[in-house]
Design a protein around this ligand. Structure first.
Ligand SMILES: NC(=O)c1ccc[n+]([C@@H]2O[C@H](COP(=O)([O-])OP(=O)(O)OC[C@H]3O[C@@H](n4cnc5c(N)ncnc54)[C@H](O)[C@@H]3O)[C@@H](O)[C@H]2O)c1
Ligand SMILES: [Zn+2]
Length: 670
């Protein structure tokens, strides 16, 4: 490679890696796999070593990859938060040990632990009470996400036993897999796009402004290091035992989640054990971290600008297998979205037999250029559902044909539509397409919606097949005599079913609003809309501007609501449901104390209060028509400050000339 080529390559890689870092840390998504990213990083490192004169000042090899956004208060780390050098090869673990042995010439103890795949957090405890939680950010400064972190149940608010007065503990916040699957099921039910992978969703969740949503997601956290001054801890292993003792969730020796070893063989054994067993965990790990145990030796080895020399991460390669693409089927969801699914010759991958893989949409099929009969590479990477990542073209049959995405609905034959700018095809036959009709009823009766006792998807299927119910309003016309002849229905169960339907008439408005299945109106959005509009009639007549005025309601949701009420069929069904006595407005008790005194005003709440609890204050603002946001901006009208308001918030308020008031003053306003 000549100098000019090297310079160009270094410039390009620097730009490219910085771009992917931004996507990953700020937008919580990725366009390339971690492995590809790491490969490019290694390439850049090698080039910079050969041609140091071309190294860029913003080179990603020299810095921790994260950034600071303006959505939270920025806080400087007391001790920098570094990255870890990583490798995918076992030989490099040996090289790493050899480098260490050149500096330290007596026997060493290593600690092996899991490399949790989530987001790093640093939490400060003062006198045994959680004080502040900061993201890694750029390693020097992070963002204050204390309110969100406090909602994570495994992170203690108060410590037990003999904790130090003031210290920092660091760990990885992650999305448990069962919760992640459940979240995606709920989103699918609400017609919302599902999340691609747990890591990105964990990091996105941690940065939400509404901590009640964070709380509902069920994030979890493993702690992996303790830092501070004069802690009287001598080594890493001891720090983990102490963390457990103080009440943190830290890896335990008895689960083999952490292990002290003295040899490379011991390290390899741990690596191999978890490479096999990792699929049994309820969270994702992307490798193993190996650390020199003794703190004095760690200090002797020191750090580079980016990572400690006393630790290394061994990363697992994404598991990949090849199999045959036997067929492509098309599934029609409740919202009419058509999803192509690959039917595969069954193959064992990551501990489970895989028969299906997601293909997302027609763009994806086009991009991969998969064809029936192809030998395809299937991977279980960051995503939960395996995906096809490539085709073995050498094995392609000469007569294979390009796949043409279907033009008509496989269920009802309607011509499919696709909006400009959207990747998904839809069946427009909303009120006549069986999976859409049944899907809407299934959603309506589901636990978080009307929660109708004694009724499940099988009942819906039977009711539909026997022409007893064709839409959600029909359910309220059912009688015991209607349902008794159905399969597996006895006197008792028929009675229970009708009783369950009757009982559902008491379900509060916000859940009815969720149940009627407006696209993009999930549980949380339904709550927000119910609170803001108070009745279905005022929601139905709301304008676009009134809709987006509501906290967290954006363009997509607003347009979807407008579209829903434009359709006569929907209004007819709502009128019918009203006549059956369902709740289409907030109840008297919910309306009580509601005013519009603070209408149009934006508040930020900061500090500790005397008259109100923090949540109580927020509720009072909302009850009186005001809006609460998490951070100060030019749109903020008032800041209600209690004791210990953060200095950076105060500074920002002064800079933007936003009035800061106390609780008494606020009470006068209402
Ligand atoms: N796909 C993409 O576009 C893209 C973009 C940027 C970064 N990435 C991925 O992120 C990596 C860089 O991220 P990084 O700097 O956080 O490095 P890293 O994730 O490879 O390693 C450092 C981090 O590991 C975490 N960790 C988990 N378990 C740990 C344990 N037991 N002990 C100590 N730390 C533990 C800590 O949060 C620490 O900050 C890249 O190597 C790449 O894989 C991917
Ligand atoms: Zn259809």
């Amino acid at each position: 490679m000549n100098k000019q080529e090297a310079q160009d390559k270094i410039l390009n890689l620097t730009k490219e890696l910085n771009y992917h870092n931004h996507l990953y840390y700020v937008e919580h998504r990725n366009e390339i796999s971690d492995q590809e990213f790491d490969l490019k990083m290694k390439e850049l490192e090698a080039l910079e070593a050969r041609f140091p004169e071309y190294k860029q000042s913003d080179s990603p090899t020299q810095r921790v990859g994260g950034e600071i956004t303006k959505e939270f208060n920025t806080v400087r780390h007391r001790f920098p938060m570094l990255s870890l050098s990583n490798t995918y090869s076992k030989e490099e673990i040996i090289d790493w040990e050899n480098r260490i042995k050149k500096i330290i010439d007596h026997p060493l103890t290593y600690v092996c632990e899991l490399k949790y795949d989530g987001v790093a957090i640093s939490i400060n405890y003062k006198n045994g009470v959680i004080n502040q939680a900061i993201t890694r950010g750029d390693g020097v400064q992070g963002e204050d996400v204390t309110t969100n972190v406090k909602t994570i149940k495994s992170i203690p608010l108060k410590l037990r036993n003999d904790f130090p007065d003031d210290f920092e503990i660091r760990g990885e916040i992650f999305f448990p897999l069962d919760r992640f699957t459940r979240l995606n099921e709920e989103r699918e039910e609400a017609g919302e796009e599902t999340y691609a992978n747990p890591r990105n969703t964990a990091s996105g969740t941690l940065k939400l402004q509404d901590s009640s949503i964070v709380a509902s997601r069920g994030l979890d956290c493993y702690l992996y290091s303790v830092t501070g001054e004069n802690l009287s801890i001598n080594n890493h292993f001891e720090s983990l035992s102490k963390a457990l003792h103080w009440g943190f969730k830290a890896p335990k020796e008895e689960d083999n989640m952490v292990k002290k070893v003295n040899t490379i063989d011991g390290i390899m054994e741990f690596v191999d054990y978890w490479d096999k067993k990792r699929n049994e965990l309820n969270f994702e790990i992307d490798g193993i971290v190996i650390k020199v145990n003794d703190y004095n030796l760690q200090a002797e080895l020191g750090t580079t600008a980016k990572s400690p020399r006393w630790a290394i991460a061994y990363k697992f390669k994404a598991e990949q297998v090849t199999t045959i693409l036997e067929n492509i089927i098309y599934q029609v969801g409740r919202t009419g979205a058509v999803t192509p699914v690959a039917v595969l010759k069954p193959v064992l991958l990551a501990g489970t037999t895989v028969k299906r893989a997601s293909l997302h949409n027609s763009d994806q099929i086009e991009k991969l250029d998969v064809r029936l009969g192809d030998t395809v590479k299937v991977e279980k990477g960051g995503e939960i559902i395996p995906k096809i990542v490539g085709v073995d073209l050498d094995k392609r049959k000469a007569d294979s044909q390009k796949i043409n995405f279907i033009e008509h609905c496989p269920e009802c034959g309607s011509e499919l539509t696709r909006k400009v700018g959207e990747a998904q095809h839809y069946c427009p036959n909303v009120h006549g397409c069986p999976p859409q009709i049944k899907g809407k009823m299934e959603h309506f009766i589901s636990r978080k919606a009307m929660d109708i006792d004694g009724m499940g998807p099988e009942t819906i299927d039977l009711l539909y097949k026997n022409h007893l119910a064709n839409n959600i309003a029909d359910l309220y016309k059912l009688t015991k005599e209607d349902v008794l002849p159905l399969e597996r229905m006895a006197d008792k169960s028929a009675e229970k079913l009708i009783e369950g339907i009757e009982q559902s008439k008491k379900i509060p408005f916000e859940r009815v609003l969720y149940a009627i299945g407006i696209r993009y109106v999930g549980e949380t959005v339904a709550k927000k809309l119910a609170k803001a509009f108070k009745s279905i009639d005022s929601l139905a007549t709301a304008t676009y501007d009134q809709l987006i005025e509501v906290d967290e309601i954006g363009d997509k949701i607003a347009l979807s609501v407008l579209e829903f009420f434009k359709e006569q069929d929907n209004n007819t069904i709502i009128e019918k449901l009203k006549s059956f006595g369902l709740q289409f407005q907030l109840s008297e008790s919910e309306l009580e104390g509601q005013t519009e005194k603070l209408k149009g005003l934006n508040f930020v709440v900061s500090g500790v209060f005397k008259i109100y609890s923090r949540n109580g204050l927020k509720e009072t603002i909302e009850k009186n028509g005001g809006k609460v946001t998490g951070s100060i901006s030019a749109k903020t009208d008032f800041i209600i400050a209690g004791e210990n308001m953060g200095p950076s918030k105060l500074e920002k308020a002064q800079k933007l000339e936003i009035p800061v008031i106390d609780e008494e003053k606020f009470n006068e306003m209402i």
